[in-house]
Design a protein around this ligand. Structure first.
Ligand code: ADP
Ligand code: MG
Length: 683
């Protein structure tokens, strides 16, 4: 292992192994296998037993068998297409080895006349004689062949033999690490070491043995390393000393008193947590997590107020302009005293933009609202004290970390998301932040009634809509795709728009991915002003827009959406105090799975619970598009089946945090398992 440390050896390039040339290396690279460590997670799928050898007289045609024979005669025909042949014997009979496309020199080398050679392969029978065609397992050393050979799902061009050869080299040279886990944790896995666990993992008889101690230990390693890295990032950000903000409770309360509702307990609790962070001399890096419509915006605006009171500025970023404008309008409404609020929009004139930039640079703006444009290089703040970011659950850990660096030392960071995730995943996905959760919905919310309807019964739906429109209400009609695609059999928004327009003249508008930004803003604003009644769209309308007058949502082809997504779509209605309805439409009779999903949606309006169910039905990775966010996929661990390991890892991590334990001993673990890009400056 030269001078490399144990983990460095495992992170070496595959080419240090015997039998890995450029070709094999490149083939494996295509599968994202670059290091020895990467290869360890390709598990055997099955095995083939080549350990028992037979005498030639006992061979079974069609079986894979191992024989030890003596090559007696070469037959190399000079005619192309005819194979080369080596006739071999043992003391009971005769067998031919047949080679297509192998050179004479090579054949002579692997099957020298008169020497005892062990061969394994599938036994054929041709012209009254046994034969093995293109045998891959040939050796003078019978021990190399007479054993159980693992089968892997192979990368094209890498043979099973080569695969086993390189893997065996790694496994027989596995470094021994000093144990990184505490005694308590180790006792849960019967003290099996990492090294032994890997060895067990690759034993054929252990295929699929998910409950075994070695499997669980390795899954735990993986989960724990992720949590640990996240925890270190969090600690590191919090260590940054900042100038603390002065919380003016009186001022805050005067705003709260003027609202036409009272804050929920969870809103108050979250606000207190945020205020505590703002008032401390450590940098805040906090996530405010709460279901659609749970009222995060008001909480964040009150945090903004407290920041401004200390002479700082606030940047409030939303994913789209319309959402930024909505927040801006709300702020103007609730902050009746003299605050300087501005909205920077793509439409703002050059002169206006320049003026805003100048004002920001001289601290003449208290809160600036906008899209990511407010973080462009040319935007300079005089005294930025808080960054609020709405609906950015798809930001990955590295993106968030960059963000926290951006605002400078005195700048706190508050992220908001309306994407509840299963409890087990919280540490995996958001473990680098402190988290405040709003679980409770405002009291005036009525549950959204959810129904399912076959498309054939669309007339019932139209009748219902007609009635709602007469009452002055508005309707969302969601279709999965932009244009009709025969292959995908999706309902087309365009077609539906044409259809509904005939039924409800001058009452329908259409929004889809190809609608340009200006038009989109115009349509949404008109919908907000109740200028038309039905908005047909694909799923592009972002979570978060408040249309209090819309109380019906029709979702076509509901089968195409996951549970969490349906719940989020549904959350576009039911924000005011009206009765609201969600109609899920289906093309054909419901499958058992679909029935199960609808039952869950009908029974619950709790995004957290629904996300748990969604994960159970669809598996991790697929839910809510977290894949795009750089959330890594686990190699062995599975949030559904290893729920207990996730909880155990969290508990252990909290213990280590609390005891302020040195994490130096975890260095190999973190280096091996984790994302070098974000951990370089941690261990
Ligand atoms: P989200 O958490 O999805 O961002 P919003 O902040 O947009 O939710 O709030 C949704 C709606 O609920 C807004 O119209 C807001 O004014 C209202 N709201 C917020 N808090 C309460 C509350 N405690 N009681 C009643 N309505 C509330
Ligand atoms: Mg929101």
């Amino acid at each position: 292992m030269n001078n490399k440390t144990n983990y460095e050896y495992l992170l070496s390039d595959l080419s240090i192994l015997k039998g890995v040339g450029k070709k094999t290396k490149n083939l494996l690279k295509k599968k994202n296998i670059n290091t020895l460590f990467d290869l360890l997670w390709r598990l055997p799928k099955s095995s083939i037993d080549r350990s028992l050898s037979s005498k030639l007289k006992d061979l079974k045609i069609g079986d894979t068998q191992t024989v030890t024979v003596i090559p007696r005669k070469y037959n190399f025909p000079r005619v192309r297409k005819l194979p080369n042949r080596v006739s071999c014997i043992d003391d009971t009979g005769e067998i031919d080895c047949i080679f297509f496309n192998s050179y004479e020199g090579y054949i002579k080398k692997i099957l020298p006349l008169g020497k005892e050679i062990t061969i394994s392969g599938k036994i054929g029978y041709f012209r009254n004689k046994y034969q093995i065609t293109n045998p891959k397992y040939i050796s003078e050393n019978s021990a190399l062949i007479k054993k159980v050979h693992n089968k892997y799902s192979l990368t094209d061009g890498v043979s099973e033999k080569i695969y086993n050869k390189i893997l065996n080299q790694i496994i027989s040279n596995l470094p021994n690490f000093s144990e990184w886990h505490s005694e308590n944790i180790m006792s849960k896995f019967q003290n099996i070491s990492w090294n032994s666990s890997i060895k067990e993992l690759h034993k054929t008889e252990n295929i699929g043995n998910y409950k075994s101690n070695f499997y669980q230990r390795l899954a735990f390693d993986e989960i724990f390393s992720t949590f640990l890295v996240n925890s270190e990032i969090r600690k590191k950000i919090k260590k940054v000393k900042k100038k603390n903000k002065q919380i003016n409770i009186k001022k805050q309360n005067s705003i709260i008193e003027n609202l036409n509702f009272s804050l929920t307990i969870d809103q108050k609790k979250s606000l207190n947590e945020i205020n505590k962070d703002l008032g401390s001399s450590n940098k805040m890096f906090r996530l405010l997590q709460g279901d659609v419509g749970s009222g995060k915006t008001i909480v964040s605006l009150l945090a903004a107020l407290n920041t401004i009171n200390s002479g700082f500025q606030v940047a409030f970023m939303a994913p789209t302009e319309i959402l930024a404008r909505q927040h801006f309008n709300l702020a103007k409404k609730i902050f009746t005293h003299n605050l300087n609020l501005e909205l920077i929009s793509g439409k703002s004139e050059y002169k206006k933009k320049k003026e805003i930039l100048l004002k920001l640079a001289t601290n003449k703006i208290d809160i600036i609202f906008g899209t990511h444009a407010i973080f462009q290089k040319k935007v300079i703040f005089k005294k930025l004290g808080l960054i609020i970011i709405d609906e950015q659950h798809k930001f990955g850990v590295s993106q968030r970390k960059k963000l926290s660096d951006k605002g400078g030392i005195d700048c706190d960071v508050l992220l908001m998301t309306a994407t509840p995730i299963p409890r087990t995943l919280t540490m995996t996905i958001y473990g680098d932040m402190d988290i405040s959760i709003i679980r409770e919905k405002p009291k005036n919310r009525k549950p959204i009634k959810t129904y399912s309807k076959l498309e054939a019964k669309i007339d019932d739906v139209l009748k219902y809509i007609n009635k709602e429109i007469k009452l002055g209400n508005q309707i969302f009609w969601v279709c999965p795709l932009i244009e009709e695609s025969k292959k995908l059999d999706h309902t087309s928004a365009v077609k539906k728009f044409e259809f509904l327009k005939k039924k409800f003249p001058n009452q329908v508008s259409l929004l889809h991915g190809k609608t340009n930004l200006e038009e989109k803003n115009l349509i949404l604003n008109n919908f907000l002003k109740n200028k038309f009644k039905i908005l047909v769209s694909t799923t592009i309308i972002e979570v978060g827009i408040d249309f209090p007058n819309a109380n019906v949502i029709v979702i076509e082809n509901a089968n195409k959406f996951g549970l969490s997504q349906l719940h989020q779509l549904r959350g576009r209605v039911g924000r005011g105090d009206k009765d609201s309805t969600c109609i899920l439409m289906f093309k054909s009779n419901l499958s058992e799975n679909a029935k199960k999903r609808i039952k869950i949606l009908k029974a619950s309006n709790d995004g957290f619970l629904i996300s748990e169910e969604d994960m159970k039905l669809r598996g991790f990775g697929d839910i809510l598009g977290f894949k795009q966010s750089g959330i890594k996929n686990f190699k062995l661990a599975d949030p559904i089946h290893n729920n207990d390991l996730f909880l155990l890892a969290e508990k252990e991590m909290r213990r280590i945090e609390k005891a302020n334990e040195d994490i130096g001993k975890f260095k190999p673990l973190i280096k091996l398992y984790d994302r070098a890009d974000i951990i370089n400056d941690i261990v």
